[in-house]
Write a protein that binds this ligand. Structure first.
Ligand SMILES: Nc1ncnc2c1ncn2[C@@H]1O[C@H](COP(=O)(O)OP(=O)(O)OP(=O)(O)O)[C@@H](O)[C@H]1O
Ligand SMILES: [Mg+2]
Length: 283
């Protein structure tokens, strides 16, 4: 049965796209048929694989406004890389791309609610038609809690909330958790938080340890899972992107950052083979 995970946080630069592209790469490396749905107008999921978002003439925007189906916009990342002269990655990994057109979605929908009577379910029907083709789907989101986030919630089985363990990072994720609860109540759309994950963790910064403790206390009190794994700050991710035009998980399987993504995936999917869990500061 396919599982749909989305990564959601209204702050920019917390590692949402990195989580989506690296976790999806890892599931594809495990031969799971994997789809990435990009819902962010920045189109960073395309860029992470060396593809230019503006080159896609069919995107998730067309699906949202009912012009096309997911079937019409999904591309195979390997094929697209080949078309662009990039080396193959040989993975069962597809992408439903987004580009700048997504920035018009809110205006299009909110000014024509007669045409869009269910504004938080724009993608659901079309997604249902392709679910059986995949084992796992990861959805990347823009750094805001608007119409797109609502739509993503209506498509997701599990939500992952990343945060940087700094003061505003912790209060930011608490606000998001509260907003999700309110959304669930108001819209009657089930919201299942898979967990909260610390990102850009810097082991030399005392503040990061303190903020992880704060996050741990909040999560324990509110019965929310805080993943044991934290994603360390590393030059590897920007370097992989800049030089190799693919996610870090495809560049160096043994790098400590990649090992952390593996460990997060194991926690997320409840892998039986899970290594004995290490404390969050271990890497
Ligand atoms: N573990 C890491 N260590 C250091 N830099 C990282 C790490 N992960 C991602 N980055 C870099 O940080 C920046 C933000 O990461 P990313 O794009 O994943 O965040 P985001 O939450 O998706 O941002 P946005 O909300 O703008 O889409 C990128 O330039 C990326 O290369
Ligand atoms: Mg992003």
């Amino acid at each position: 049965m396919v599982k749909v995970y989305s990564v959601l946080m209204n702050k920019g630069g917390v590692g949402k796209t990195s989580l989506v592209t690296n976790l999806a790469t890892l599931t594809a490396l495990r031969k799971k048929r994997t789809l990435i749905i990009d819902t962010d107008g920045q189109g960073n999921c395309s860029l992470a694989f060396g593809l230019l978002p503006a080159n896609f003439s069919r995107t998730v925007f067309d699906v949202a406004i009912g012009k096309l189906d997911f079937d019409d916009v999904i591309v195979n990342i390997d094929e697209e890389r080949k078309k662009n002269g990039l080396d193959p990655i040989n993975l069962p990994l597809d992408l439903a791309p987004a580009n700048h057109e997504m920035n018009m979605l809110e205006f299009e929908v909110l000014t024509r609610l007669d045409k869009y009577p269910n504004p938080f379910r724009l993608w659901v029907k079309s997604l249902n038609a392709i679910l059986n083709r995949y084992d796992v789907i990861f959805i990347d989101t823009p750094p805001s809690m608007g119409l797109v986030a609502g739509n993503v919630l209506s498509m997701s089985d599990h939500i992952i909330i990343p945060f940087i363990p700094e003061s505003f990072g912790v209060s930011g994720f608490i606000r998001v958790v509260e907003a999700l609860e309110e959304f669930e109540e108001a819209q009657g759309i089930r919201v299942n938080i898979a967990g909260v994950v610390g990102t850009m963790f810097d082991s030399r910064t005392t503040l990061h340890y303190e903020m992880m403790e704060d996050a741990k206390r909040y999560c324990r009190r509110n019965r929310i899972r805080l993943f044991e794994t934290v994603i360390p700050r590393s030059i590897r991710y920007p370097a992989a992107f800049a030089y190799e035009r693919k996610p870090a998980t495809l560049v160096d399987r043994h790098h400590y950052l990649v090992v952390r993504y593996e460990s997060l995936l194991m926690e997320l999917m409840g892998d039986e083979q899970k290594e004995k869990q290490k404390p969050f500061w271990f890497f």
